[in-house]
Design a protein around this ligand. Sequence first.
Ligand SMILES: [Zn+2]
Length: 386
Amino acid sequence: MSRFHWTCESTDGAARAGMLHTAHGPVATPTFMPVGTVGTVKAMTMDAVRSTGAGIVLGNTYHLMLRPGAERVRALGGLHRFMDWSGPILTDSGGFQVMSLGALRKLDQDGVTFRSHIDGSYHRLTPESSTDIQHALDATISMCFDECPALPAPPETIAASMRMSMRWAARSREAFVQRTGYGQFGIVQGGTEPDLRAESVKALTDIGFEGYAIGGLAVGEGQELMFATLDTTVPAMPHTAPRYLMGVGTPDDLLGSVQRGVDMFDCVMPTRAGRTARAYTERGTLNLRNARHATDARPISPDCDCLACSRHSRAYLHHLFRANEILGPMLLTWHNIAYYQRLMRQIRAAIVEGRLDELATTLRANWAAEDWTEDEMPQPAIPPVP
Ligand SMILES: [Zn+2]
């Protein structure tokens, strides 16, 4: 079994193409992790997820501890077996969800007490219990339990929160049971304050983790400030470990963050958009509910090999969403995850070939087109159903 480590294969500017080696197999980076909050990537079978080329998925401690419960998942063979995903799984620590419960939670220096959004029952998460739950789920990558303050906030509030998260990171590390091929990531906090981010990076690297995440971004600060924060934070992070930007983002966010040295991402955008008729494409986004798709026989994207594009027209997708048929979200989620995975493969290949800036210019010009025009696209070749 491979010990948990990350190897760098190529660099292009600050961008890195690498390989993450884990107990559950390798993952090429940069990588996008589809979000499987409650043990399912919503509206997709795991075979569909695999067919997109996804190498690692995300599970959610908060949701799984409440339902069905971490001990039940353990008794049923762990999360991999439970959800039929043999590849690596990263679990978040539950911190972010608990913090967003607002009035339903009470924070102290030791942890957080909160009421379940499902039945109102009381629960408690601490760095130790979060780490134990992630172990019970058999997460390949566990995350430290941290606090993520809402932005904007005064610098002293962000500083106090970050320092508590660093104390919690040390406790999370203490509670983590080392196993071959498994890893635990520390989470850099500090809002958009470069000094606080630097202090956080130092605190985490002094503890020592298998990887490092950047938390507390994509919470409403905007892309410009997010990129500025990455510009000052990422260069200070260890060069030999994977870097994970949590909860990000749009295709353009991913591209810009890879250019700044980030290796791993997760976001609900492609799956959530798939349930609301929104398609990501090489030419920007499409709203399949729009009436102009009603008679359009072309696929969403001629470059996509997902089931939606290889077998169905935009008109059919439009019809499914108008009729509130469950197949609409299923097909479009599949398409969106396939698009995100294809984008990451394109980006990785460009890093290896030393032409990431060139690819970035092309991608951004194409995304700005926002939609296909009639004369840009060859007329459809919808393959006949065998
Ligand atoms: Zn597609």
